[in-house]
Design a protein around this ligand. Sequence first.
Ligand code: ADP
Length: 335
Amino acid sequence: KVICIGEALFDLIADQKGLPREKVKSWTPYAGGAPCNVATAAARLGLDVTFVTALGDDEWAKKLLDVCRERGVQLHAVQRPKGRRTRDVYVVRDVTGDREFAGFGLPGTGQEYADAFIDPEALPLEELQPGAVLVTGTLGLSYPVTAAALRRAVAAARAAGATVLIDVNWRPVFWSDTEAAKKIILEYLNSADIIKLSDADLEALLGIKLALALINPAAVAERLPNARGVLITAGAEGAAYWFRSPDEGEHSGVVPAFDVGVTDTTGAGDAFTAGFIVKMMQAGGVDTLSSNPRLLKEAVVFASAAGASTCTRAGAIEGQPTLEFVQDLYDTSKK
Ligand code: ADP
């Protein structure tokens, strides 16, 4: 069982690189939001997934619920806080498919979106069992109610012996005090078994350059001492990983990105996470995976195939590949 908690939103995407948002005339809406992306990608890859979120009372919400249901994601007590809209995010995409985000609904402005109010009392705690994987991010940490929900879920997962995977995906714009945010996020990460960082997270949160992380992933893990595993995603530069097995063996490596025609990289990191979880669960969990360097590397290659596959089509969720598509791409790495 995979349990994802956090925001579901609409990415409003435009291609005009360098144009200020006010000047962009047409936006194309795509369902997204990192935790929702992981939930839908994992379901598409065949996992049993529960998603916990809060949505507005609006069209975006209806569409997101439909997308999740179509994918077979189980929705747990989706909250609809009064007078709050579903989050939307303006994404201006450049020619390489990379994107820039704008932050709205900032904490303390009164303009918070519905996802700021995920109820700590409405969590599927009974599903957090040994063998289950809880996936969360850090955006919700900047909103007190949702932060309490995330912390409660993470604490319950740890107490129950479930595996906690936190995707840092840090957006400093949501925090008024960057240094305080770093402290809060690093402390939160102390409760994670597996931490996923993007190259941007590496620099912003840890001050580590990607080049170093790709040569020596253990240098990243040293800064995250409680983690049993670290995954570093770097777009077309590939991914690096470091894991410590229960008997203290350390395994790390770098996996190049698959060479695919790129349309839109939104959600690639989330598909990567979902792909990794698929292989981790197949292996029997983090203990066995981290004890077996071959399976561990295969999991990161499969995750990379899932990430790359998502780049070939537009939209974080609409662009998610089938299991066959990922498997075919993965198989090319074996030839
Ligand atoms: P994040 O959203 O975490 O920043 P990335 O954009 O780094 O995620 O993508 C996650 C993974 O997806 C990468 O490590 C890589 O394996 C794959 N990927 C991303 N962008 C590309 C690309 N342009 N070409 C091939 N694979 C890619």
